[in-house]
Design a protein around this ligand. Structure first.
Ligand SMILES: [Zn+2]
Length: 124
C-alpha cells in the first residue's frame, strides 16, 4: 500500500496518508489543522540525495574528507545551520550548544549524534 507524505503549508507539519491504491485520487487534509493546502513531501531518498547535492554545490567536503573538514573548527555545524535555515526553522538550543562546544575544541565525538539529529527534522 503506497504511503504518501504531505507537508502542510499552513502549520508545516507532516501528514502521512495511506492510499488504497496507486490510482486512488488523494484529497489530502492536514491531520493537525485540517488545512487542505498540502504539498507532497520529498521521500527520504530524494532528501538525502538533495542533501548531498547541496553539500557538493556549496563546496563543503563530504564525510570522506572529514579530517580536513574538522581542521577548521569554524566549519563545524555550518551545514546544519544552513539546513535549518533552508527549512525555515530555528536550530534547537541543544544543537547550538553542541556546535558551539565542537567549535571550541570538543570534537569530533559529538558529530555523529549531531548528524543523526539533523536530517528530516520536520519530516519525522
Ligand atoms: Zn496543518
Amino acid at each position: 500500500m503506497p504511503i504518501y507524505e504531505f507537508l502542510c503549508q499552513a502549520c508545516h507539519k507532516k501528514t502521512t496518508l495511506l492510499a488504497k491504491s496507486v490510482s486512488t485520487p488523494l484529497t489530502p487534509k492536514c491531520s493537525f489543522c485540517g488545512s487542505t493546502d498540502l504539498v507532497r513531501a520529498v521521500s527520504s531518498f530524494a532528501y538525502h540525495k538533495s542533501m548531498q547535492t547541496v553539500w557538493e554545490e556549496s563546496g563543503e567536503p563530504s564525510t570522506s574528507s572529514s579530517l580536513n573538514f574538522y581542521k577548521d573548527p569554524r566549519n563545524i555545524g555550518r551545514w546544519a545551520e544552513k539546513r535549518f535555515k533552508e527549512m525555515g526553522q530555528e536550530m534547537p538550543p541543544h544543537l547550538q550548544e553542541t556546535i558551539k562546544a565542537a567549535r571550541e575544541g570538543e570534537l569530533p565525538s559529538e558529530m555523529k549524534d549531531l548528524k543523526k539529529s539533523i536530517p528530516d527534522a520536520t519530516y519525522h
